[in-house]
Write a protein that binds this ligand. Structure first.
Ligand code: PLP
Length: 282
């Protein structure tokens, strides 16, 4: 199994990072997860653009273009014979003696990437999953896809301990996003999703869904909604690269709508599937 360390494709067992890598010590870096269907990356440009943008937001200069990154990843996918799964890629700010302030320009970012085989979550996409509600205790730059995920993992762990799949976060009354997903609700035929502000990660899946809504006459409002709106919604779903569009059919023990996946969610799932087939083949 091959991985990428800086520019090189090497055996995983050969890949070593320093204990003073700033990603390891501070969570100082940015990352992406891209899905692979039929051996091809889905929405790779969007993910890699977002990676460069996350880097710019923390003054981490990624010394590659989208095209170069895509080529490197495609080569790794091919070498590993990955048909269905994900690619993980991260840049840390590099290795230097521990100091909170950024190191000088002589310190290069450290790139690591690997592939993982994973199937699509067919069962949960069909039958839905349960979620808890939890106060969003994260920082105010959730728009950056940062390696610092303590707030997210603590929320997910709480969900897991409650026998649930996702934790839906809220700041006061306002629902923001899941621990590793965006959240949308459907009420009276309109889809509502939190606007792409500093309080959420602007998911690539979320953007694709919004585009699908606009092209297919599904009413869409990128406006924030409350916890009450959420519990009172006709349909709720989470979206992410790994979960695609997964219905949430129960929140805090209460069924959403009639407790099963709803018609707009199903319609969006079908159109999303078409988008995958169009880009990656079937
Ligand atoms: N929000 C958070 C906090 C995430 O970690 C993720 C991704 O895993 C998402 C939203 C969804 O983003 P994407 O659709 O780009 O995977």
């Amino acid at each position: 199994e091959y991985v990428i360390l800086n520019g090189d494709l090497i055996e995983r067992s050969e890949a070593k990072v320093d204990i003073e890598d700033r990603g390891y010590q501070f969570g100082d870096g940015v990352y992406e997860v891209i899905r692979v269907y039929n051996g091809k990356m889905f929405t790779a440009d969007e993910h890699l653009e977002r990676l460069l943008e996350s880097g710019r937001k923390i003054e981490l200069d990624i010394p590659y273009s989208v095209g170069q990154l895509k080529q490197m990843l495609a080569e790794m996918i091919k070498r590993n014979n990955l048909e269905l799964g994900i690619v993980y890629m991260q840049f840390s700010r590099g290795t230097s003696p521990r100091n909170h302030a950024y190191p000088g320009a002589d310190v290069a970012p450290v790139l690591t990437a690997y592939t993982r085989e994973t199937s699509r979550p067919v069962e949960s996409m069909r039958n839905g999953v349960k979620a808890i509600l939890i106060e969003d205790i994260r920082w105010l730059r959730c728009d950056i896809k940062s390696l610092n995920l303590l707030g997210n993992i603590m929320a997910k762990q709480k969900a897991a301990q409650s026998g649930c799949f996702e934790a839906i976060q809220h700041r006061g009354d306002t629902v923001t996003e899941g621990s590793s997903s965006n959240i949308a609700i459907v009420k009276d035929g309109t889809l509502y999703t939190h606007p792409a502000t500093n309080l959420i990660l602007n998911g690539i899946t979320r953007r694709k869904i919004n585009e699908i809504c606009r092209e297919n006459g599904v009413a869409l409002e990128e406006s924030a909604f409350t916890k009450d709106d959420l519990l009172d919604a006709d349909e709720v779903f989470m979206s992410s690269t790994s979960a695609e569009i997964t219905p949430i059919t129960e929140i805090e023990g209460k069924p959403i709508g009639n407790g099963s996946s709803g018609p707009i969610t199903n319609k969006l799932q079908n159109l999303f599937e078409e988008a995958i087939e169009k880009e990656c083949g079937s």
